[in-house]
Each structure stands twice: as C-alpha cells, then as structure tokens.
Design a protein around this ligand. Structure first.
Ligand code: SF4
Ligand code: F3S
Length: 111
C-alpha cells in the first residue's frame, strides 16, 4: 500500500506535503511531486497538508486517477529526493482550478 500524488498537484506543487513526511518518500520534478511507494509508511500525514487535495491512499484513489499509481512509482525512480518545502509554482493558485492537467506534466527539466 502507498499514498499517491495525483493530477491536482500538476503545475501547482505547493510542497506543504514534504514538510510533514517522516521518511524519504517525496521526489520532485519540474511541475509535479511523487511518492516513492517503497518508502511511504502510510502515515497519512501529507494528505491534510495539500491545499488542493492531490494525495490519496491507494485504495481510495478516484478511478480517473488510477494511472497515477504507476506514474508515482516510475517517476520516483528518476526524480531527486526532496525534504524541503519550497515556493509553489508561479500561477499555482490559478492552475489549482484547472482540470485534466496530465497533458501539462513535465518529466524532464526544460530550462
Ligand atoms: Fe510520507 Fe506519510 Fe505521506 Fe507516505 S503517507 S508520503 S510516509 S507523509
Ligand atoms: Fe503537490 Fe499538494 Fe504536495 S500540490 S507538492 S501534493 S502539497
């Protein structure tokens, strides 16, 4: 079992989740965050911290976010570990209202 970061995080990346995680579970990409399923201890602390409710326990995952289980597992293998809360992305508040953001996921730094 693991917790899973899903679509609402894309282009927002508020990072409040990282600050409460007691283990090394979070990995960060250009405009999204993922949880390493091998490190997550299912404490659930990160869920309430996310301002856009992007994090779910895997059994409670909405069906439209099913593919995020594999995405978290895959991307956490290559993206760097993070323990630091940072600044949200530019326009995070505006993007928090947008649906169907998977098309905007960046897996490689473009700058
Ligand atoms: Fe970290 Fe707990 Fe969230 Fe897992 S559920 S990513 S251990 S804060
Ligand atoms: Fe993303 Fe929410 Fe964490 S927007 S970075 S899952 S606080």
């Amino acid at each position: 079992m693991t917790y899973v970061v899903t679509e609402p995080c894309i282009k927002c990346k508020y990072t409040d989740c990282v600050a409460v995680c007691p283990v090394d579970a979070f990995h960060v990409g250009p405009n999204f965050m993922v949880i390493d399923p091998g490190e997550c201890i299912d404490c659930s602390l990160c869920v309430a911290e996310c301002p856009v409710s992007a994090i779910f326990n895997e059994p409670d995952l909405p069906v439209e976010y099913a593919r995020y289980v594999a995405l978290n597992a895959e991307l956490s293998r290559t993206w760097p570990l993070t323990k630091d809360k940072g600044e949200p992305l530019v326009d995070a508040d505006r993007w928090s209202e947008v649906k169907e953001k998977l098309q905007y996921l960046e897996t490689v730094e473009t700058v």
